[in-house]
Design a protein around this ligand. Structure first.
Ligand SMILES: Nc1ncnc2c1ncn2[C@@H]1O[C@H](COP(=O)(O)OP(=O)(O)OP(=O)(O)O)[C@@H](O)[C@H]1O
Ligand SMILES: Nc1ccn([C@H]2C[C@H](O)[C@@H](COP(=O)(O)O)O2)c(=O)n1
Length: 218
């Protein structure tokens, strides 16, 4: 008898589209595991900053990626002995992640680690290539997006709530540059593929977006 496949929901989309927020709520509601794949690329960038590895030194970055000593513990992220939960969320790590993520050897070094998250009773995975490369057989594939202006507004509000000083125009420019880099690269580019269903949250609340995904999963 063949084993029942592990249910997987993939949520791909551009920066600040709400992937992390929505994916973690969906995972919680279903009692599934959650993979924040962007955090792995952010951790590679952070490890590179700490060890003075240049962001274009593909082989050294791939070695860092393969050896990442990372623990996801509830909402916290540990790199070796350091709690780096807040540091990996910084714009510096986000932009660094977008640069190292364009390197094929780095992506290859992170592939098995991401697939290891696929365990019973199920997985919700968010990123840029979850449905296209990492979990191509996923039963539910969502492409989550919103207009760049709305995403920038949400990020601006999020940073303000954290007490981080930010300028709206810079955030918008940053988001547009990251969209371009993540979509234009030759390996695993951010795209809406034909087998993913579009969810534009420009006019939706977080709860509404969660409900749509749960309905599509059912
Ligand atoms: N539908 C929504 N309505 C209003 N705010 C939202 C919505 N979805 C997400 N947000 C808010 O937008 C901000 C960015 O969301 P989040 O960090 O989940 O995006 P992300 O796509 O995971 O970003 P990144 O790719 O940079 O990791 C958060 O403050 C979140 O609460
Ligand atoms: N599956 C993934 C996840 C992330 N990246 C890259 C591209 C992003 O700009 C960067 C940070 O991701 P975020 O935390 O903002 O989701 O990492 C990728 O290429 N593939």
């Amino acid at each position: 008898m063949s084993e029942k496949p592990i249910p997987v929901i993939t949520i791909d989309g551009p920066s600040a589209s709400g992937k992390g927020t929505v994916a973690s709520i969906v995972a919680k509601k279903l009692g599934f595991h959650y993979l924040d794949s962007g955090a792995l690329y952010r951790l590679v960038a952070l490890a590179a900053f700490r060890q003075n590895v240049a962001l274009d030194d593909e082989q050294s970055l791939a070695n860092l990626a393969a050896k990442l000593d990372v623990v996801f513990d509830g909402g916290e992220i540990w790199l070796g002995k350091d709690k780096v939960t807040d540091e990996v969320r910084s714009e510096k790590c986000g932009n660094g992640a977008s640069v190292v993520a364009a390197l094929p050897e780095v992506r290859a070094a992170l592939l098995a680690r991401q697939r290891d998250f696929c365990q019973l009773p199920g997985l919700v995975a968010d990123g840029r290539d979850m449905g296209s490369v990492v979990f191509p057989d996923a039963g539910t594939k969502i492409f989550l997006t919103a207009s760049a202006e709305v995403r920038a507004e949400r990020r601006f509000k999020q940073l303000k709530e954290k007490g981080v000083c930010a300028i709206f125009e810079n955030i918008l420019q940053d988001i547009q540059e990251r969209d371009k880099r993540d979509s234009a690269r030759s390996v695993a580019p951010l795209q809406k593929y034909a087998d993913a269903s579009l969810l534009d949250t420009t006019k939706l609340t977080i709860d509404e977006a969660v409900d749509v995904i749960l309905k599509r999963f059912e």
